[in-house]
Design a protein around this ligand. Sequence first.
Ligand SMILES: Cc1ncc(COP(=O)(O)O)c(C=O)c1O
Length: 288
Amino acid sequence: MSASERIVYLNGEYLPHNQARVSVFDRGFLFGDGVYEVIPVLQGKLVDEDYSVERLSRSLNEISMAWPCSTQDYLHMLRTLIDRNHLQEGSVYVQVTRGVAERDFAYPKNTPSSIMAFTSERLLLNNPLAERGVSVVTVPDLRWKRRDIKSLNLLAQCMAKQEAAAQGAFEAWMVEDGRITEGSSSSAFIVKDGHIITRALSNAILPGIRRRVIIELTEKEGLVLEQRPFSVEEAHHADEAFLSSATTLVLPVVLVDGQAVGDGKPGAITQRLRELYIATLLAEAARK
Ligand SMILES: Cc1ncc(COP(=O)(O)O)c(C=O)c1O
């Protein structure tokens, strides 16, 4: 289905996207007061589904918002949306905002939250970037102090990604106190002497779901993992580097700030992790 015919979900209705209307008083629009998820879809099925539900619960809880509906109704809505859009491979975006109220910073009382979702068609498995690898540039991390919440406030990430785009790079790796926190819309990893290095969870980064699964895979495979901050210098001198997210899965990083990572080609450990992760996703899709 083409983007122009897309059916979106908005507060109980499935509508052609150009008929969906959100109030100018919606707190998501006014304040970015809401949270979101991006869930990959393979073979027409949601994948990494349980972890995504768990993270949405956590995000809602952190900003004192209740679920807009039961988890069962939520998942049923996402599956219906996938079917209505005949989506085979891509992602679903879903956001929950604190709803429509007179503009006031403090949370309104008894206001129903607003929920919206749409699908996007994308190549997840045969992404040509997985063969070539991508480039990243380092930029200052300008974000707030609760980056663990998957909040709609993404201006600092837009600024970071725009800086990457202006430099012809695929992604921006954000830097705080000389250490990389994460990508503007992805988790960041380097590999040195066989060790996979990524920052530990804290308020400084989003708990990426791909990061979580990659860590499980490294444990299963007996790979050495170090959860610690790494410096820009270390990234420049890494043997391999990669990033992960719902829509990129695992992508090799071959250039950091214009400097080749290792031999400038996707690394063996990175490629292995991508293969293992894809196998995990396909097994989940096949079970459904
Ligand atoms: C800041 C940030 N870090 C990491 C990620 C990767 O998280 P996930 O693997 O759950 O998509 C994202 C995804 O959008 C992100 O925005």
